[in-house]
Design a protein around this ligand. Sequence first.
Ligand SMILES: N[C@@H](CCC[C@H](N)C(=O)O)C(=O)O
Length: 328
Amino acid sequence: MELSFIKGHGSGNDFLLIDEWTHGYTFTEENRHDLALALCSRETGIGADGIVFVMESQHADAKMRIFNSDGSEASMCGNGLRLHGRYVLDKLERDEIVVETNKADLYVKRDGDIYEGVPAYRVEISPVLFDLESLPMTIGKDRLFNEIVPELSDSIPFTAVAVPNPHLIAVGDRALIASGEQKRISEMLNSPNAICPDGVNVSFVHPIEKGVIYVRTFERGVGFTNACGTAMSASTLTTCQLGLNEIEVPVEVYNNGGKVRCEVHKHEQDRYSIDLIGNGTYMFEAVVQLELDSPIDFQLKGRKEFAEQTAYEKLREEVVSYLNEHVL
Ligand SMILES: N[C@@H](CCC[C@H](N)C(=O)O)C(=O)O
């Protein structure tokens, strides 16, 4: 078969966007898993952190499903939702839509430019869950807020939150970022283990000044990525709860692929949601010729570049020099 896709990114977290809905593709669960494994490989595939599938929804404007590069499915993806949302907003010629995701219906809105020539999209990150059962995480407690877990480290405090995909967050200084601890702990929790049996996204966060943080994430199902949208949202919330940032006040979040803005909202009964605002940039579109039962033997055809990546590169250059001075 011939399969059309767009390769794009949110803060350098890159995805293949496949529109099942418009093209009438009928994939099995196994096909989606196999496509993610074959096409996302950086060695033998096209290379991406995951595949974002655009699907029809029975009750919302569209549906999103996200598969990591290892073929596993995640319940949510913030950077992917911006890319997916941008595609559907353009397709339906709307400024605001609701997208069905695995566990929630979430709004996506156009939101001006995050940088000259780089349009931004605002997506809702919700629900926000603090009970460890939601991750799941088993350490003999119900919640984890800025506490040492001796099985992980005897000096780094962690916070656990599901949005609703699972996140572990450590906030600290430049030395924490430079240490090899994030790799060690992430690899342990994303291999067979009793603490986080389904794996977990692990972020190390450095507050730079009030209203500005840096977040680096080791993603479940992928490894270190340039950025993880749900992780940046959960990390911003954690810094608000630690009194380092403020609820309802935008926070600039730097990452290795660019920057986004996060706004934490507090609702009744201690319920939170977060707005994640950033780019959804197209890099190129192409067609792959493949057989669904062996997608690894694909052929890439008709690759066409989008010009918009050039404007994004300027943002990226500024971010790199800012990070060299303040974080790395
Ligand atoms: N990069 C995403 C998150 C993708 C899913 C994650 N790896 C998981 O398995 O939970 C984001 O931008 O949020």
